[in-house]
Design a protein around this ligand. Sequence first.
Ligand code: AMP
Ligand code: ZN
Length: 463
Amino acid sequence: MSELFLYDTYTRSLRKFEPLSSGEVGLYTCGPTVYDYAHIGNLRTYLFEDILRRTLAFNGYTVRHVMNITDVGHLTSDADVGEDKMEKGSRRTGKTAWEIAAFYTEAFHCDLARLNILEPDVWCRATDHIAEQIGEIRCIEAAGFTYQTSDGIYFDTAKLPSYGYIGRLDITGLEAGRRVEMGEKRHATDFALWKFSPPDQKRQMEWDSPWGIGFPGWHIECSAMSAKYLSVYFDIHCGGEDHIAVHHANEIAQTEACHGTRLANFWMHGYFLQLDEAKMSKSTGEFLRIQSLLDRGYDPLAYRMFCLSAHYRTKLNFNWESLDGAVSALHRLRLAVYGWGDPGTALPDKPYLEKFTEAVNDDLNMPRALATTWDLVKSDLPDPVRKATVLAFDRVLGLKLAEWVPQEEPVRAEIAELVEQRRQARAEKRWQDADVFRERIAAAGYEIKDTPQGTQIARRTGA
Ligand code: AMP
Ligand code: ZN
């Protein structure tokens, strides 16, 4: 079996993965801030983490996966000013911050299930771990890394020489750039560990502490909960690429200040999903979520297939045309796999298994793993062997290939196939053929629209 290599953001290098203690891998993935639904960009990051987790299991490791739920302390600005996203969500919807957290946590579970993302072994809510966070802050305070301002307890980043290494931060440049947002902070990179409740306003989420009534800063929850459920130093810590410069730099600083050790052996980050080259952001309130795809008749696993088509360390642009490509690819794969029947007693084909393993073990190279899957489809191996092999691949791909039966497939896949054929016809300037495909799509009750973002299809109203 080939060795597993993973890209470690901390050292900016591909490193051979070996667990800190034999056989078991501690994995911590920063979870959602539950003031709104997850968008498909957020879910790209959770899909990458799911592939990582499955790859670790595929390599024979037992994984202990911990994910937090941020239900307090994440402010609208990373500079520790602005409103708590939960309290803001509460004003927007008229529900309490607690109700909102419960509602969107449930919606998040539902999205994970729709994408066949494995549930973590431990879910931990920030609001259930206030005592642990206070303990961690006290520890940082005792080590001499904190100071108090009129609105909270802050981490003095200048006292930690290694601060910001993970982001390769140009601290002098930041000082100049962020002066406006600094308030009473001593340095631009200093961050809140504990924020006091505003004197004139009762917050919905607030707790007593040695420093006064308030709430924890966003970063402390991950240091406190990863230490509790894994250990102060564990194997792999993940998040989206936006976490590198601030959130993860701060988590590392907290743990180093308090425990005098590094936080995690590997740091891995998923690159962003973009929509028409623009950043997809929850805070603008305009984004696509899994339900948006379902509303247009898409199978959520087609989105999983779409994400598998790009390496997690490349930006991925979302458009409907590419999603349609994933729909038809998934349909073709499902049909082939279904057609191979029962694997019986057949074992996976060793050379194919080795090729697939080499791809996933090469820093989760899923485009290559998929190419190997298509080679298997085209191969002349006996059907039961192909079936046994693809089902082994699916332990990582997570496309539920064993469960699919043709009659469950929505008409969408055939339409996507027609859309793809029309696209090819247009690319080759076969305009008459393209028109024929358009008519066939219309005859099936779908309307096709060419937009700058690609081709979109929708059910014709009244069809
Ligand atoms: P949040 O709920 O905003 O705390 O974000 C949840 C996760 O999604 C974090 O790991 C973010 O880094 C990640 N994320 C945010 N926006 C995107 C995006 N457009 N594409 C991929 N991941 C993202
Ligand atoms: Zn975190």
